[in-house]
Design a protein around this ligand. Structure first.
Ligand SMILES: [Zn+2]
Length: 598
């Protein structure tokens, strides 16, 4: 496919916790590989996400630190922007839910659902702190578990018996804020009537059953068939968030589960305004031929495979009318939700409080980004949980990246540079053996491309490595290092062919290993980069300033097609693409796990 509109929608990280390698391999990296490939293949990619800045994870952290939710969200958000640049995640826009634009779009979705008859209100009891004159979200209450008797159960869940709890039934409830005893008080909320949307969601899922990952579609349909869809609250008594757009309700907020996913729609609208073509987002959101892919972790499946399609189907044609007086247009439903499982760390679950993990910004102070991207792709938890193991990291870096791919590129370019004075050798007529290996690599564009399009990224990268190995075998058989002494013209054919294969492999590896592919591209004498640049920009609206990361494609010259390397073209003396790592890093890194960070 080419010239297709591809929306790459990526999970929105909570702006209250540091990002670890499990988060990256779970959703951000697969999205970036997919987006980079589709850009090279000539499709119109829009990759969006942002910081999930509202809700209790942010307010709890602010209360713990004695700061404000605004300060907490901004601190984490700015770290995300730094990390994503350093690890090469090319968001067309990575913004935040705390923007005027996102407020407006979320409120429009709410009003669209209300106009279409999918909302109702209901009064219920909730814990209320008289001392603080506020309702307490479930996470702010603790007490004795009514199932196992554990005395420090959280409002929403008991850490002792693991059961989900109804906070209102806790015994001996206490406010986590000040220890005071809350009282149950009535409060009214808006609910989305999911039962009315159940048929549409089931049809949506059944239409995708044959090509979705089986765990995603099975889990979603299984959940609906066993429990059915019921009403779910979409507002709550919390001051930090998006005000409910109904008179008299402004002091309540839209629930974060409801508003954060709306970012997949609001971020393209913000992107369009920034890039100066206000209606550009229509090509992804009102276009029946556009494809929307959602890259998320398995814990988010119900929100993306059930709730979000229900919100979109329910808001339906009202959204266009309310937002821009546009009639009769449906919003694009997800085409695929290739959710990943989890990555563990050396056999245990990654944990922030236990410092059991590899924190991405910290990792980058010691290592380069491409080996991280490589290891996280070969270990991507596509069908089952995977494990980060430092022994394996070390071995794959040295035996695969360095020995197979890095050395191939380095020794061929160095040899050519030395023996042909920095000019690509002229091969004259190519031999059968040359044409054969060129054909093998050319076919790789088909096989690797198809695997990436099917979001089988582990298999795609393994196929790319196999192709590099084929070129190594070609060199072993033709042995240009000896050939040059007896017949320089034969060696020129071999080296030209190998350089052209490397020039192609550079593109095939580029979605996975963009930093080193870009370097190799320069060594091969090209002046325009394969990809564009990422910039951080600051925007102003009535909520204040917010910074955002934006991919600027200007000048990008990469294209998903085999090299036509020109003979007699000048190229540069190469540097090694990857560093060989000493075995000692394994024990050093293991010693960091579980120890407090200074
Ligand atoms: Zn319990």
């Amino acid at each position: 496919m080419a010239n297709q509109h591809v929306l790459v929608a990526v999970a929105w990280p909570y702006a209250s916790a540091e990002i670890h390698v499990g988060n990256i391999t779970g959703s951000y990296l697969p999205a970036d590989i997919f987006a980079r490939y589709h850009r090279l293949a000539g499709n119109h990619v829009l990759m969006v996400s942002g910081s999930d800045s509202h809700g209790t994870p942010v307010t709890v952290r602010a209360d713990e630190e004695g700061s404000t939710p605004l300060e907490v969200y901004k601190r984490f958000h700015n770290e995300f922007l730094e990390l994503f640049q350093d690890v090469g995640l090319t968001y067309d826009l990575f913004t935040t839910t705390h923007t005027q634009n996102h407020f407006k779009v979320s409120q429009m979705i709410f009003l669209s659902l209300k106009n279409a008859g999918y909302l109702y209100t209901q009064t219920e009891k909730q814990w209320y702190s008289e001392a603080q004159d506020r309702f307490l979200p479930d996470r702010y209450v603790e007490g004795t578990c009514y199932i196992c008797g554990y005395e420090k159960a959280r409002g929403d869940q008991c850490d002792n018996c693991g059961n989900m709890l109804d906070a209102r039934e806790l015994k001996d409830p206490r406010s986590k804020m000040d220890g005071s005893t809350p009282v149950l008080k009535e409060t009214e909320h808006y609910y989305i009537d999911l039962s009315k949307l159940e048929d549409q969601v089931v049809t949506f899922l059944e239409n995708r059953e044959d090509y979705w990952r089986s765990n995603v579609v099975r889990q979603s349909l299984g959940w609906i068939r066993s429990e059915g869809l019921r009403g779910r609250p979409i507002t709550r008594d919390l001051g930090w968030g998006i005000p409910v757009p109904i008179e008299g309700w402004e002091h309540k907020s839209l629930y974060v589960w409801f508003e954060a996913v709306i970012g997949y729609l609001s971020a393209p609208i913000e992107w369009s305004a920034i890039t100066g073509d206000e209606d550009a987002w229509h090509d992804w959101w009102y276009n029946p031929d556009a494809r929307a892919y959602y890259f998320i972790g398995k814990d988010n499946i119900p929100f993306h495979a059930i709730m979000w399609p229900a919100q979109l189907a329910g808001a339906g044609q009202w959204f266009g009318k309310l937002f821009e007086e546009r009639d009769g247009t449906q919003l694009t439903l997800p085409y695929d939700v290739p959710a990943n499982e989890f990555m563990n760390m050396e056999g245990r679950k990654i944990s922030g409080s236990a410092n059991w993990g590899v924190w991405a910004l910290d990792y980058l102070t010691r290592y380069d980004p491409d080996p991280l991207r490589y290891y996280l792709t070969v270990n991507m938890p596509e069908t089952r949980d995977s494990d980060w193991d430092w022994d394996e990291y070390h071995a794959r870096n040295n035996n695969e990246l360095v020995a197979n791919w890095g050395n191939l590129a380095n020794r061929v370019l160095s040899f050519a540079h030395k023996n042909w004075d920095g000019i690509v050798p002229d091969p004259g007529e190519l031999r059968e053996v040359d044409k054969d290996i060129l054909a093998v690599i050319e076919e790789g564009f088909e096989t690797v491309g198809s695997l990436i399009e099917a979001v089988k990224l582990r298999a795609a990268l393994s196929e790319a490595m196999r192709l590099a190995q084929q070129v190594n075998i070609f060199l072993d058989q033709t042995a240009p290092w000896f050939e040059i002494k007896s017949d320089k013209q034969q060696a020129a054919k071999t080296i030209y062919t190998a350089m052209r294969c490397i020039d192609s492999l550079k593109v095939i590896f580029a979605p996975f290993l963009p930093f080193t592919s870009e370097k190799l591209h320069q060594y091969l004498g090209y002046s325009d980069p394969l990809f564009g640049e990422q910039v951080v920009e600051t925007h102003q609206d009535n909520l204040g300033e917010h910074s955002a990361l934006r991919y600027v494609p200007d000048g990008a010259s990469g294209s998903w097609e085999p090299s036509q390397l020109e003979p007699r073209k000048a190229f540069k003396k190469p540097e090694p693409l990857f560093r060989k790592l000493d075995k000692s890093i394994v024990e050093e890194e293991r010693a960091r796990l579980g120890t407090p960070r200074g």
